[in-house]
Design a binder for this molecule. Structure first.
Ligand code: 13P
Ligand code: SF4
Length: 378
């Protein structure tokens, strides 16, 4: 793999293609932290929110925000009839909503997915350089070579990838549907090539028993959760249930009472018979968890080893690049529109459509296995 370990400003090593920044302008963690917008003063914050409410109406636009972005962007999306959701829900909402302009607060792959599903819509983002270590760590040319080594395998890629990588895939999955899709592929006798998150891939392999080969990417946030320290925190809070996103290492997943996507974590917190939780995912989730469960207590899972300093501090620098001023700027000027090569759109759309059709059919009660031939990807 044409990659090197890159150190961000607080010393986290991750896999990044040598030329990622030069080739496509996306920034590494150091640049991301440097571009996190300052917190506006109270009066300015209120004025920015008012401008966004007005601009959304004037532009016939809708806001779609991920659970990890700033609470203001989550609350505005909800208040104005947009969506706060996980990456699968964001994709579905963007495709189905009538608004001709969508403001996607999250990371680049989320904006690209919205554009691929609705090429006729204008997709704006507060900062187009908000990327993801999984996307950066899986360049399309190297990934294509990996696929070529395994022509007999179904190519399943996580949504946290570029349009070019999706265009090479048979299936796109998110953490909320990956288990079901891989389970159905295994039942149909398929072997899997999985990319890029090695922890999520290993979790799915353990759960499904599928024959899988892996790309070796990781999320710089979830990769930092520590099992030993989590055990210690559990001892301090013996009644707390542990909620874990499956991008976390296996030893952390092994300590979980519930494992799942951001929406699955929210559901577990609402429905589990417990008053106290330890949460191993980006701490942007705490806003929603606490708003939905005001009587429950949430603790952040530890990211620093014994005696070490906090590395990622459980927050994604690229998600943190999204701010109120960026939304105003995009809506006022039309800047930061997501553009995807039409040839890539045509190819990347198929595996995303398959995922959406599969999950819609599952929700309507159809058996998973029978869906695969129908979706043309076994
Ligand atoms: P979800 O699909 O669970 O929202 O995850 C997206 C993501 O980037 C997690 O780090
Ligand atoms: Fe990517 Fe991790 Fe950030 Fe999610 S939290 S966008 S997986 S780097």
């Amino acid at each position: 793999m044409n990659a090197t370990a890159v150190l961000n400003r607080i010393g986290v090593a991750y896999e990044q293609p040598l030329d990622a920044h030069a080739a496509d302008g996306r920034c590494a963690t150091r640049q991301a932290w440097a571009r996190v917008p300052p917190e506006p003063a109270q009066a300015e914050r209120g004025a920015l929110k008012d401008r966004i409410r007005r601009l959304l109406k004037e532009r016939n636009a809708s806001m779609v925000s991920h659970y990890y972005v700033h609470p203001d962007l989550q609350d505005l999306a909800e208040e104005t009839g947009g969506l706060v959701g996980d990456s699968l829900e964001m994709a579905r909402f963007g495709r189905d909503h009538a608004a001709q302009t969508l403001v996607v607060s999250g990371v680049r792959f989320m904006g690209e997915t919205a554009k691929i599903l609705s090429p006729e819509k204008t997709i704006l983002m507060p900062d187009l350089d908000a990327s993801c270590s999984l996307d950066l760590g899986c360049p399309a040319d190297a990934f294509g070579a990996f696929c070529a080594e395994h022509p007999e395998r179904s190519v399943v890629v996580y949504a946290n990838t570029s349009a070019a990588v999706k265009a090479r895939a048979d299936w796109v999955v998110t953490s909320s549907c990956a288990l079901e899709i891989v389970r159905a592929l295994r039942a149909a006798g398929r072997k899997i090539l999985w990319a890029p998150d090695r922890h999520l891939g290993a979790y799915i392999q353990r759960e499904t028993g599928a024959d899988m080969v892996f790309w070796s990417g990781a999320c710089i946030v979830h990769d930092e959760f520590k099992a030993f320290e989590l055990e210690a925190l559990k001892q301090e809070h013996p009644r707390a249930k542990v909620l874990v996103h499956p991008e976390s290492p296996a030893e952390v997943v092994a300590l979980a009472d519930a494992v799942g996507s951001t929406s699955a974590i929210l559901k577990a917190a609402r429905e589990m018979d417990a008053q106290e939780f330890i949460v191993a995912t980006d701490n942007g989730m705490l806003h929603r968890l606490r708003t939905q469960n005001p009587d429950k207590v949430f603790h952040e899972a530890p990211t620093s080893g014994h005696g070490a300093t906090c590395k990622s501090c459980a927050h994604c620098p690229w998600m943190a690049m999204n701010g109120l001023a960026g939304v105003v700027h995009a809506l006022e000027t039309g800047a930061n529109a997501v553009l995807v090569d039409p040839a890539l759109i045509a190819r990347a759309r198929q595996p995303i459509d398959r995922m959406l059709a599969f999950t819609a059919a599952l929700r309507s009660g159809q058996p998973a296995a029978g869906l695969l031939p129908h979706l043309g990807a076994v």
